[in-house]
Design a protein around this ligand. Structure first.
Ligand code: BDR
Ligand code: CA
Length: 313
């Protein structure tokens, strides 16, 4: 199984990503780290621990991460995820105890304790912790197998016309991550907007009948409302973050293309934009890729299978 560190800000779709990562035997969750993004770090960390309990996760370290971006002022998304960051379901009291290390330290320790090429980083929130870890211990850049992140997009934004939330919250951190030299696959909005949890999907999930499946159903109910009201999505919400985890589980769920990508830091209208250079075929040494097309059936089969795989913990 592929070993991953999930660095997240749950967040409805982060919660689904965490459940899928634990429920599918093809990935091995070796650490979970939290970052301020959808809500404050206190709320996000609490949510992560509660979702860990619902998933039945034991023996995996959870660590609290950055409480604010590297340079910019904090920015949260209560319009999308509610006041708790995970509005909708009633959350259980967490039982998992937090690891005492800061997230960036846990990431460094975990990557350095494994052989080169063993660990894949899967960030599904702002990239603050990942940038801090790369600066704290630069040797992780060559040691990590790859970074598969949810963020950005090619020619599409959500928080601004040009920029996606995870990138625009901490563009400086994102710049560090895209330019570090490790392999980065950007699972951006142009991909995740193909992963719409419509009514048929929601019915398939709730039909599983277990507590985690009911929880996903409740997450989707709230998330559907946010996406309808804020963005006018008629059919359902996109489960962005689960797409990044799904790609690690089964690369055939999507196609990707090699393309140089960097992050705009200064534009009045474009700060936080992921700028992809599509002018010509990428050079052999290009280390960044963008996700392009989702195999929807394969993706939803994977998600449903993983939620089933959790059983009723
Ligand atoms: C991203 O922002 C957050 O609201 C979601 O959890 C996802 O990671 C989508 O832009
Ligand atoms: Ca997220």
């Amino acid at each position: 199984a592929r070993k991953i560190i999930l660095d997240c800000d749950p967040g409805h779709d982060d919660a689904i990503a965490l459940l899928v990562a634990h429920g599918d035997p093809r990935v091995d969750l070796v650490a979970v780290t939290t970052v301020a993004g959808n809500q404050t770090i206190d709320k996000i960390t609490r949510n992560a621990l509660a979702v860990g309990r619902i998933a039945g996760i034991t023996g995996v370290p959870f660590a609290r991460g950055a409480e604010r971006p590297l340079v910019r002022s904090p920015r949260i998304a209560p319009d999308i995820h509610g006041d708790s960051g995970l509005d909708g379901p009633v959350l259980p009291e967490p039982v998992i105890e937090l690891d005492p290390r800061p997230a960036a330290q846990l990431i460094v320790d975990t990557v350095m304790a494994h052989p080169a090429g063993a660990i894949t980083l899967v960030p599904t929130g702002p990239l603050t912790n990942i940038a801090l870890a790369a600066r704290l211990e630069p040797r992780i850049v060559d040691r990590v197998r790859e970074v598969v992140l949810m963020g950005g997009g090619v020619g599409v934004g959500n928080t601004t016309a040009a920029a996606e939330f995870n990138i625009v919250v901490d563009p400086e951190a994102a710049h560090v991550v895209f330019d570090a030299g490790w392999a980065v696959t950007m699972v951006g909005l142009d991909l995740t907007h193909q992963a719409i949890a419509d009514d048929a999907v929601a019915e398939r999930i709730t039909a599983i009948g277990t507590a985690p499946a009911r929880f996903v159903g409740e997450l989707l109910d709230f998330f559907r409302g946010s996406y309808r009201h804020v963005f006018g999505f008629p059919d359902g919400p996109p489960v962005h973050d689960a797409c990044a985890v799904a790609f690690v589980i089964d690369p055939d769920v999507m196609t990707t293309r090699a393309v140089p990508i960097t992050v705009e830091l200064h534009g009045e209208h474009t700060a936080g934009m992921t700028v992809a250079d599509l002018r010509r075929p990428a050079l052999e040494e290009c280390r960044t890729r963008a996700a392009v097309t989702l195999d929807r059936d394969r993706f939803w089969d994977l998600v449903v299978g993983a939620v089933k795989g959790l059983g009723d913990p």
